[in-house]
Design a protein around this ligand. Structure first.
Ligand code: TXA
Ligand code: MG
Length: 317
């Protein structure tokens, strides 16, 4: 019976010692488990077990050439997977634990399954700051590969209820620790000799990275498979979405920013960090509403606003 996705009764449990132990047991059995990070909820599985990785791809309905981020509990775990250049060391020192992912060369004896990095010789590694995810990695005792816990092409989940709506029946377990704090996916960089290549904007901004590394940050452009995430419409709601809209029509669900009427305000006081935390919840609400189109107010393209506009542009295609 090829192409059958296994069906589950999905358990959603509040994060505590008992649910953590249960989640870690499932991970060790090779099952994927949804768990929160400070950015978005991830669908986590044992990165050293190719069959477990395959179950992530199957549950998400994701094309298997798209490589995953591997999450570690501490720097020592990261050092067993990838080679750190001096600039990678400086960035880890400045931003880990936190919302920065680094694409680094795999070590020859790296135990991560090739399927997790889709056969690339590099690996995307992140040390998250969320206590639930760090406790899960430590309890499982292995690095965890974890893409965002949504069906492929859907909106990234910032609450356990978003995960349930998108992957319910396709995964066994969701660890619920409430809404995530950062709200957009981690910044992804590839440190190189003399420069840092920005593959995906996120909570850690280009200016912060230049400061910490003492090196220029350059945008990745036209890189093909070395920046595959940039080629996808990861963040798409199912309705047409208009950006930079100041006068929404009657059939548009309007996502606001700053003062003025809206169906869902990202931040009434015009705070970009608050707006990032609310972004995907607003898109989920807009998608679920009875209105046929979505409009979004202009968002200043500075700080984490760069990451917000990047996700909105992808949602609008
Ligand atoms: O905040 C986040 O990063 C969340 C949480 C769960 O940690 N994870 C996340 O994973 O956003 P995902 O799979 O949705 O996005 C990972 C991105 C993809 O665009 C993928 O193409 C890119 O990372 N990526 C992974 N490995 C790579 C590599 N070796 N080289 C270049 N890009 C890579
Ligand atoms: Mg994703």
């Amino acid at each position: 019976m090829p192409h059958r996705v296994q069906t589950f009764v999905t358990q959603m449990r509040p994060y505590d010692d008992a649910s953590l132990a249960e989640a870690a047991t499932l991970i060790r059995m090779g099952e994927p488990v949804a768990a929160p990070t400070e950015t978005v909820y991830g669908l986590a599985a044992d990165a050293t077990n190719a069959a477990a990785i395959a179950r992530i791809y199957a549950a998400k309905g994701r094309p298997s050439f798209n490589p995953l981020i591997v999450h570690v509990a501490d720097i020592a775990m990261a050092r067993r997977l990838v080679a750190f250049s001096p600039s990678a060391e400086a960035l880890a020192e400045a931003f880990w634990p936190g919302a920065l992912t680094m694409v680094l060369p795999r070590l020859p004896d790296c135990p991560v399954a090739d399927l997790a990095s889709a056969g690339l010789r590099t690996l995307a590694v992140r040390l998250p700051s969320h206590p639930a995810m760090r406790a899960l990695i430590a309890a499982a005792g292995v690095p965890l590969a974890a893409p965002s816990a949504n069906h492929s092409g859907g909106i990234s989940p910032t609450r356990a209820s978003h995960v349930l709506a998108s992957l319910g029946g396709r995964i066994p377990f969701i660890l619920d620790a409430g809404a995530t704090s950062d709200g957009v996916e981690s910044t992804i960089v590839r440190p190189e000799a003399g420069r840092i290549v920005l593959l995906r904007p996120g909570p850690v901004t280009a200016a912060m990275i230049e400061d910490a590394a003492g090196l220029p940050v350059v945008q990745a452009s036209g890189e093909g498979i070395s920046a595959p995430g940039q080629l996808e419409s990861h963040y798409a709601p199912s309705k047409p979405l208009r950006l930079n809209c100041i006068a929404p029509a009657a059939d548009q669900y309007h996502i606001g920013f700053g003062p003025g009427p809206s169906h869902y305000s990202l931040s009434a006081r015009g705070d970009l960090v608050e707006a990032a935390a609310n972004l995907f919840a607003a898109l989920h609400e807009a998608d679920a509403s009875t209105l046929s189109r979505i409009s979004v107010a202009p968002i200043p393209n500075e700080g984490i606003g760069v990451a917000i506009n990047d996700r909105l542009k992808r949602a609008a295609v």
